[in-house]
Design a protein around this ligand. Structure first.
Ligand code: AMP
Length: 591
């Protein structure tokens, strides 16, 4: 059986000496204070992620090394060296200052993977602004929600996205004062109420005094979805760079001459922590593909760019598997030495497929927006149990806990192979410092010094962790965390919808598909035409990544006596599973 076999590592599997090679010893010796010494700190005191990632290298031997290589639709590429990245990010920080943006004010980014996005992210950090990257695939509703929750003052976007997703809703975003535009066609922009970024960059100075941020100053705001309410803004501080550095070293095994490709978009925390910060901290060259997934294109990039370390996601792996092994056989990957994946369960078949087709197994790892960095991982030197997320990294103490719903008390489970919630001992530097304006929700994540992750897992006798599911109703589709409440709210805006309940249904490629159940108001019929209209409505409001793919009509949705829609029951019925405890169901045990 695939599931139970182990991929054994031998020294011949390793082309370079792995950074993590003695698991027990290195875990024992590791301390976050010591790890922090890998960063230099700002000259004169303080810590700023952008200085550590860029300027530290820009004034040393790596100054002319390529930091980012951007690949476009044609074969054109644009290389940006550490020195150029330093100049461009200085200019961007000066642009923000000239516009009156002060330390701690919020800069939101809404753009495809173009150089300006990366320059703005790092330049924003230099200026002391708090940066929040959004998915460019979001529709207007998720954008408005996040801009308002985060008190966004400046938005960087493109002329196209501005016209489609922002301009007509600006009065619904009262905090938004400044909009900086990049021309999608590479040209200048001229839209009333906005600034042309290229013009401002031309006028800005090359030199800049980086804001003297402290390790605990807020640096990044990453929104994550909730089950019962609107998204939560997870606060991350400049000290997070310590974790990004340590995990880049141990979980991604970065070495100075690697060519590294993280396929994640910076609109997702992985694309920021590991698509921008971690590789730069290590002075490593990153490939950034501006295009969307295409199997041939991706194999071509791995081959032509001589990628050595590749960090991707299970959905992408499964899409490559679907494209067939024959396609992969046309390519060669002699430089590829380590492949890792994150974000959703990685099925054992996908791990083995990597070994067969790429010549390397896929190394699953686990973390989440709140942890800010990789916590549990399979790493190059150690055996893989396909289907397992691996073991806790140095500096990470992970536990299985059981919660007593009545008292709120938790017990730590010591025995192996018992299912429970994954908990982590607080104290690593990239841990979120709060949910913006939601102290109560933040407090609920902790019992004593344990942070409760919301994921159900088990740990086997060898210390490997296995993902089982979420404790809540949050949906994971193609790596995106989707809050059912946000989708339900958008559906409810349609005049025909009386109530909506949204669940994830299993999908062999994207993990889960978003499915909505709606009941209709009087005067509306459950016709195919209305179904199509509702799907289009949701897509327009939410964007394709978040909108439901399927809608079913029900006469009424199951609710608890207190009025909450029982998504768990919708799901059980959809999947033909036992309905579980229905004692709180409104109107009795069946409906
Ligand atoms: P996000 O905050 O969007 O990065 O999503 C984090 C969530 O994705 C986790 O809490 C898990 O539910 C899921 N997740 C992340 N990595 C893995 C993994 N390796 N295996 C299974 N689920 C994962």
């Amino acid at each position: 059986m695939l599931n139970s076999s182990i991929i054994r590592k031998t020294p011949t599997d390793l082309r370079v000496r792995p950074n993590l090679n003695d698991y027990d010893l290195q875990r024992r010796m590791f301390g976050w204070d010591e790890a922090a010494r890998a960063l230099e700190g700002l000259p004169g005191g303080g810590l700023n992620i952008a200085w550590e990632a860029v300027d530290r290298h820009a004034s040393g031997p790596l100054r002319d090394k390529t930091a980012f290589r951007f690949l476009g639709a044609d074969s054109a590429s644009r290389d940006i060296s550490f020195a150029e990245l330093s100049r461009l990010t200085n200019r961007f920080a000066n642009v923000l200052r000239r516009l009156g943006v002060r330390k701690g004010e919020r800069l939101f980014l809404l753009a495809g993977r173009m150089p300006e996005l990366y320059v703005a992210l790092l330049g924003g950090l230099k200026s002391g602004a708090v940066v929040s990257p959004l998915f460019s695939a979001f529709g207007p509703e998720p954008i408005i929600t996040r801009v308002n929750l985060g008190g966004c003052k400046v938005l960087l976007t493109t002329d196209l996205l501005y016209r489609r997703k922002v301009s007509q809703w600006r009065e619904r975003m009262p905090s938004l004062e400044l909009v900086l535009l990049v021309g999608e066609d590479g040209g200048r922009t001229d839209i009333p109420g906005t600034f042309d970024l290229a013009t401002l960059m031309d006028e800005a100075d090359d030199a800049c005094d980086i804001e003297r941020t402290s390790p605990e100053d807020m640096a990044l705001l990453h929104f994550t979805s909730g089950t019962t309410g609107m998204p939560k803004g997870a606060i991350h501080v400049h000290a997070a760079a310590v974790t990004h550095h340590a995990t880049g070293r141990y979980a991604l095994d970065l070495h100075p001459d690697d060519i590294y490709w993280c396929t994640a978009d910076p609109g997702w925390v992985t694309g920021t922590s590991y698509g921008v910060i971690a590789p730069l901290l290590h002075g490593v060259t990153s490939i950034i593909d501006r295009e969307e997934f295409d199997a041939e294109r991706w194999y071509g990039i791995l081959q032509q760019q001589e990628v050595s370390v590749w960090y991707t996601a299970p959905t992408a792996i499964r899409m490559l598997m679907k494209a067939g092994d024959g396609l992969a056989a046309k390519y060669r990957f002699p430089r590829l030495r380590f492949v890792a994946s994150v974000g959703e369960p990685l099925n054992p078949e996908a791990v083995w497929w990597g070994k067969k087709v790429l010549g390397l197994p896929i190394h699953d790892n686990w973390w989440q927006t709140e942890t800010g960095g990789i916590m549990i991982a399979n790493t190059p030197a150690f055996d893989i149990k396909p289907g397992s997320m691996g073991r806790p990294l140095p500096g990470v103490d992970a536990f299985i806990v059981r919660r007593n719903e009545a008292t709120g008390e938790i017990t730590v489970v010591a025995e192996p192979d018992v299912e429970g919630e994954l908990a982590l001992r607080s104290g690593w530097p990239s841990m979120f410092r709060g949910y913006l304006d939601n102290e109560a929700r933040y407090r609920k994540c902790f019992v004593g010094d344990l942070y409760l992750t919301g994921d159900l897992v088990r740990r086997d006798a060898d210390g490997y962790f296995w993902f089982i599911g979420r404790v809540d109703d949050i949906i994971k589709s193609a790596g995106h965390l989707i809050g059912p409440f946000e989708v339900e709210s958008a559906l409810m805006e349609h005049p025909g919808v009386a109530e909506a309940g949204v669940i994830g249904t299993p999908d062999p490629v994207v993990g889960e598909r978003v499915k909505a159940f709606v009941s209709l108001r009087q005067g509306y019929d459950d016709s195919e035409a209305l179904r199509t209209e509702l799907l289009a409505h949701a897509r327009k409001r939410l964007g394709a990544a978040v909108a439901p793919k399927e809608i079913a009509f029900l006469a009424a949705l199951p609710r608890t006596r207190s009025g909450k829609i029982m998504r768990r029951l919708l799901k059980a019925r959809e999947l033909g599973l036992p309905e579980g405890d229905v004692s709180t169901l409104e109107g009795g045990a069946s409906s």
